[in-house]
Design a binder for this molecule. Structure first.
Ligand SMILES: Cc1cc2nc3c(=O)[nH]c(=O)nc-3n(C[C@H](O)[C@H](O)[C@H](O)COP(=O)(O)OP(=O)(O)OC[C@H]3O[C@@H](n4cnc5c(N)ncnc54)[C@H](O)[C@@H]3O)c2cc1C
Length: 339
């Protein structure tokens, strides 16, 4: 005889960041909670987040920063739980943190501290964490969810699906959430990779010769602008500016780059070449660009944007190009989807 199904108020699927805090909160509100995870350990993505230091919140986190078909969702969620609430939690656990840049908060030491904190919060809420719960199947009947898995059958009146996105299957990503949405007749917005590098090809493949070069840029994609670092890679462009823009970029769109964002205006950067008697040639152009750009990038751009003539009008046009450089990515670098 199989063991009797166990009854809970809430079953949470997926012990990642979202599932852990959800289970802890429900438990601390007096609900009996089971948290099911198919990996042998919880929160594996937390451990690699933020380069191992977990970028656990952002001081300037606001509803406008979220991409959603329902813009009001982020408003109500953030009205109930603000970055300061998470910071208070982190401080209660004595986890040392620092602001890296643009309001991004990271642990001083290890992301492990954030995972341990969330697990301790689950323990405080009496959450039963069930690891190695494989082959999860869900049925709904008589106001109850029945969840069957290799860890047995559990039942609850409420089911939370927090099995995360599709990136990095080797850490546990699966399509379970999408399958359950289909099973229960919920509309699914076509998923697409976000926060990913963009690949360059064709006439722009030459950029990859600059692999390793980083520059502060203003980048625009899909009508949204970001000012951060762009990194050239062996296959295209990456770095915080590009990762942000990738969420708004659509195949066929161009990226608009201001490569010298500190110097707005028609002739700020190339002003030295426009002075009476100044040298006006490729060497002088490279020299001017090197004042604000990494040497290799300055050389590359000077070659690519050198004006046909060296008149003031041609130099102004060259300057405008540097403030509005167009790149045409051929694709996103997508992470592997689970099979
Ligand atoms: C390299 C990298 C660095 C990142 N750095 C940061 C950062 O610093 N800060 C930040 O906020 N975000 C960061 N992210 C994004 C981060 O992944 C998410 O913010 C966070 O992991 C989302 O949490 P989640 O709980 O929704 O999903 P996940 O963390 O993916 O958790 C989902 C859980 O569900 C489990 N699961 C999946 N399928 C099943 C199934 N069929 N049965 C049972 N369990 C299942 C998974 O094993 C996993 O434990 C980073 C992402 C990557 C890839």
């Amino acid at each position: 005889m199989p063991p009797e199904p166990r009854q809970f108020d809430v079953i949470v699927l997926g012990a990642g960041a979202a599932g852990l805090i959800c289970a802890a909160t429900a438990g601390q509100r007096g609900r009996s909670v089971a948290l099911l995870e198919h990996n042998g350990q919880p929160g594996r993505k937390i451990l690699i987040s933020g380069g191992g230091r977990c970028n656990f919140t952002n001081l300037h986190c606001a509803p406008e920063n979220f991409i959603s078909e329902n813009r009001h969702f982020a408003k109500s969620a953030l009205a109930l739980y603000e970055p300061r609430h998470f910071i208070e939690l982190v401080e209660r656990y004595g986890i040392a943190w620092h602001e890296k840049t643009l309001g991004q908060l990271f642990c001083d030491r290890s992301a492990r501290a954030i995972l341990d904190m969330l697990l301790a919060e689950c323990e405080r809420g009496g959450v039963e964490v069930v690891l190695n719960a494989r082959a999860i199947q869900v049925e709904a009947a008589s106001g109850q969810f029945r969840v069957r898995s290799s860890a047995g059958e559990l039942r609850a009146g409420a089911l939370v699906v927090a099995t995360g996105g599709l990136s990095i299957p080797k850490l546990g990503a699966s399509e379970l959430a999408y399958e359950l949405a289909r099973q229960f007749g919920l509309r699914v917005v076509e998923p697409r990779p976000a926060l990913v590098p963009l690949l360059l090809g064709g006439d722009e493949a030459g950029w990859t010769d600059l692999a390793g070069v980083a520059a502060d840029v203003v980048i625009s994609a899909g009508g949204v602008r970001f000012r951060e670092k762009m990194l050239v890679t062996h296959r295209g462009v990456s770095g915080p500016a590009v990762l942000q823009a990738s969420s708004y970029w659509r195949a066929g769109d161009e990226l608009l780059l201001d490569l010298a964002p500190g110097l707005p205006g028609a002739a700020g950067l190339l002003e030295p070449l426009m002075r009476t008697g100044a040298r006006r040639d490729l060497g002088a152009l490279k020299q001017a660009l090197r004042q604000v750009l990494p040497h290799r990038l300055a050389g590359f751009l000077a070659e690519a944007a050198a004006p046909g003539g060296w008149s003031n009008a041609a130099l102004e046009a060259c300057e405008r190009r540097l403030h509005g450089w167009k790149l045409h990515p051929v694709a996103r670098r997508a992470s592997k989807r689970p099979r």
